[in-house]
Design a binder for this molecule. Structure first.
Ligand code: SF4
Ligand code: SF4
Length: 335
């Protein structure tokens, strides 16, 4: 597929390199090599993803010209921007990035802003080839694509997405902004990768980046034909998931954290879903019980709510999830 006005021709199966942070170097390189040999040519990482850039750098140093490397910076000052870019190039063992994206920053850099100037300068110097932006907020996304500064937008998009997101995808198409879909598996809550894969095939301007941590996950995606379409069975799975999850669920992005009371919000606000959609037993251990009990310390300061891109009522979600969890633990609720 063509990635909007970047004109990059990429295989429509991008590799999201956030989860490989959790694997050791050797295993990560093995997965990345398998991805490369299978034809995956677009790899998305970020300065924020600890050693992910380094792993990509080590895996692809010898084949750099055959792939596209995208990274991100959360810098909000030119000084931090240049420092992040320098580190990214060093870690990725390359002298250019195909795409560099502002990473969920608090404002949208526009023409003439210091940060926009830094991006433009990096492009002029050949350190980056294209400029993109990532966000979880719909108003921010519109602001960014309307600015004309960005060649790509990275935004959460999955078969749970609603009308607003579908309109955003359409708008990106009309403005020729490449749409990179993050969280295409609903932040870990969706189980059917085949339905997710077929869903993405409906949009010729959308590049999904599948977050891959295990070889088995990679093999799963590689097993699908490129032209997989949504048949009746897959559509039924999507409808079932949509009705089960609705809109009022935590996507696990973590933007609401840290909590001043040290509550693990992204885990605790999703517990009811985890224990129903995945094997329950591992979540009933002593450690998880302690993590869940911490939700009792919520002082309802609402600091988290201000930072949640989905405007979830987090204190209520925490209470509901803990109540449900206790009922499951005591056997009052049987799953
Ligand atoms: S409202 Fe509760 S969970 Fe949210 S930041 Fe405040 S104490 Fe933490
Ligand atoms: S509560 Fe909101 S910000 Fe926090 S992890 Fe969930 S979706 Fe993200």
């Amino acid at each position: 597929m063509r990635l909007g006005k970047t004109n990059l021709e990429v295989n429509k199966i991008g590799f999201g390199a956030l989860p490989i942070q959790r694997r050791n170097m050797e295993d990560s390189i093995e997965i990345l090599h398998r991805a490369y040999e299978s034809g995956i040519d677009f790899y998305d990482t970020a300065r924020f993803y600890t050693d992910s850039e380094e792993k990509l750098g080590r895996a692809f140093e010898d084949v750099r010209e055959n792939i596209y490397l995208a990274s991100k910076t959360a810098a909000e000052t030119p000084e931090d921007f240049w420092s992040d870019l320098e580190t990214a190039l060093k870690e990725l063992r390359t002298d250019y990035l195909d795409l560099y994206q502002h990473h969920n920053i608090s404002f949208c850099p526009k023409e003439g802003d210091e940060l926009a100037k830094a991006m433009a300068e990096a492009k002029e110097e050949g350190l980056i080839r294209h400029i993109g932006i990532t966000t979880h907020k719909i108003t921010f996304a519109h602001e960014a694509i309307e600015s004309g500064l960005y060649e790509t937008l990275q935004y959460p998009f999955s078969y749970l997405s609603g009308e607003e997101e579908l309109k955003l995808v359409e708008k990106c198409k009309s403005l020729d902004v490449g749409f990179i879909a993050m969280k295409a598996m609903g932040g870990g809550l969706l189980k059917n990768s085949k339905a997710a894969y077929a869903f993405m095939n409906q949009f010729d301007n959308v590049l999904p980046i599948w977050g891959i941590q295990h070889m088995s996950e990679l093999e799963e995606f590689l097993s699908y034909p490129c032209d997989l379409t949504l048949d009746g069975d897959l559509k039924a799975i999507i409808e079932k998931d949509k009705s089960e999850l609705g809109d009022d669920f935590c996507r696990g992005c973590g933007y609401c954290m840290p909590c001043p009371e040290d509550i693990n919000i992204s885990m605790c606000a999703r517990m009811s879903l985890w224990i129903r959609r995945f094997p329950t037993e591992p979540y009933l251990d002593e450690k998880t019980q302690q993590i869940m009990k911490k939700t009792e310390d919520c002082i309802e300061c609402y600091a988290c709510v201000d930072n949640c891109p989905y405007e979830l009522e987090i204190p209520r979600l925490l209470k509901e999830n803990y109540e449900d969890y206790k009922n499951v633990l005591s056997g009052k609720t049987v799953i």
